[in-house]
Design a protein around this ligand. Structure first.
Ligand SMILES: [Zn+2]
Length: 479
């Protein structure tokens, strides 16, 4: 019997194009790329989606501030995201922009379905609205009268909106999250979502008047669909909702949706409820990672410690940045990063660790075996735990395992002293180097989702007929 390939659909949030990408966006997208690469390696039918969120009042304002036409502005900023991902070795299968017609068309179909479901009604909202959030905010969410995220006083607004009966989904969403049918990771985030649901869900506005830069409601052109609701739907529109039924049925529901922890309420409550309303399955897993500080300080424009991922890539290379971010902080927790920390890891783990081992082994193979190791089949260490850790998004754990193996190999070389042994027992040296070549090859395979470029260099070197020492170090030491 031929078993069917498993499908694996993974997404990042679509990023808001009011500013260029920063290290937080890069972190989310690298993690998703690693999972996508891992599942492609496992033979799964993988689809990895990222993109940009381009509608809403704040985008129009940001464009105006720069004296630019809005479309021209979003084109420019969106291109900065694709460029940064390309630099970081991130290879999505699709990059969706919410200003694309495929998205607008799908959103229209979705909105009509929602209306037919009887779960929406016209009403009036009177309350608080946080402008940079582009979100309604409850009195009870404020800290000293300010939005806790933006430290700004929300505006009091009163306007006509269309509402979604989120309150009707209270028990269904609670069951979904509690049972793990919608898996929320890590557990702290699940508990946070459960506590929020237990406070009671209120209906939400899904449209706003007087927002020109957006998608009008199909039945009320004075209203634009609320940017958050529209943005969430990208996960469906990108895989063909409403126009490529076959592709949509193949990939939906999403297997893992990766994001930062600040947007889980939208994704774990509103998003599944909207899907249930239109008769679609909720996603299977939502994984929310933590926030970075830089040298213990919150990242902010005012402090001036915003990290541009491109600058790090230029100095250290994509693989080093990917490795550092996933190794430094356990995925899911908050953590501290800095260029100094990156440099330290680069020199210790990459230049002295992996790079040095690769150089030592290939140099000895060239010198003692004339570049020929013959066939190497089985690695002397079992590295299967590594992929399993990556699959659970425990990237740091998997990487620690690899680096323990690198130390093991270094020790083995130190103890065996092949440079002395070769004079008396060349057969033993051959055996040692064949084993080390197999081990390095296995390390390259295991690392390739995280460090694709480096893994390719190691694999190609070991696959060549005559193995030679590298012309230049994999990771030249940085002073
Ligand atoms: Zn806010």
């Amino acid at each position: 019997m031929v078993s069917e390939r498993k499908k694996f659909y993974i997404t990042t949030p679509i990023y808001y194009v009011n500013d260029k990408p920063h290290i937080g966006h890069a972190y989310t997208t690298i993690a998703a790329d690693v999972l996508a690469r891992l599942h492609r390696q496992l033979g799964d039918d993988t689809w990895f989606l990222t993109g940009t969120d381009e509608h809403g009042a704040n985008i129009a304002k940001a464009a105006e501030k720069k004296g630019k036409d809005v479309k021209e502005f979003v084109d420019e900023v969106s291109a900065k995201f694709s460029f940064a991902w390309d630099q970081l070795g991130i290879a999505p299968d699709d990059f969706i922009r919410t200003t694309e017609s495929r998205h607008e068309r799908a959103v229209n179909i979705f909105l009509n379905k929602l209306k037919e479901s009887g779960k929406i009604y016209e009403g009036e909202y009177e309350g608080l609205y946080c402008v940079p959030h582009e979100a309604f905010i409850k009195e009870s969410d404020l800290v000293n009268g300010l939005c806790p995220d933006h430290k700004l006083k929300p505006e009091r607004i009163r306007e006509k909106n269309w509402f979604f009966k989120l309150s009707e989904y209270q028990s269904e969403i609670l069951e979904l999250v509690d049972s793990g049918k919608l898996l929320i990771q890590p557990a702290t985030r699940k508990n946070e979502v459960l506590a929020f649901i237990q406070q009671g869900l209120e209906d939400i506005a899904i449209s706003r008047p007087n927002v020109k830069w957006g998608i009008p409601l199909p039945w009320d052109s004075n209203q634009t669909v609320y940017v958050w609701v529209e943005a969430l739907f990208n996960y469906c529109s990108a895989i063909g909702y409403g126009f490529d039924e076959e592709k949509f049925r193949k990939y939906w529901p999403a297997d893992v949706q990766v994001m930062a922890k600040d947007i889980i309420k939208f994704h774990c409550i509103i998003w599944p409820a909207l899907l249930l309303a239109i008769g679609e399955e909720p996603p299977r897993e939502i994984f929310a990672h933590g926030f970075f500080t830089v040298d213990g300080q919150k990242i902010s424009k005012t402090i001036g410690n915003v990290i541009d991922p491109n600058e790090w890539v230029d100095k250290y290379g994509a693989d080093a940045v990917r490795y550092f971010l996933l190794r430094e902080v356990p995925f899911g927790q908050d953590g501290d990063v800095s260029e100094q920390k990156l440099k330290t890891r680069y020199n210790a783990d990459l230049a002295n660790g992996l790079g040095n081992l690769f150089s030592r082994v290939t140099t000895m193979i060239e010198k003692y075996l004339d570049g020929d190791v013959g066939e190497f089949i089985k690695s002397p260490r079992d590295l299967s735990e590594v992929s399993e850790s990556f699959n659970r998004l425990e990237f740091d754990k998997g990487l620690v395992e690899v680096w323990e193996t690198i130390s093991w190999a270094d020790n083995l070389i130190e103890q065996s002293k092949p440079w002395e042994l070769v004079k008396t027992e060349p057969a033993k040296v051959k055996e040692l180097l064949v084993n080390l070549a197999a081990l390095l090859y296995d390390i390259a395979l295991k690392l390739s989702p995280v460090m694709p470029e480096t893994a390719q260099i190691i694999k190609s070197a070991l696959e060549s007929e005559k193995i030679t020492k590298p012309a230049q170090p994999l990771f030249p030491k940085i002073e």
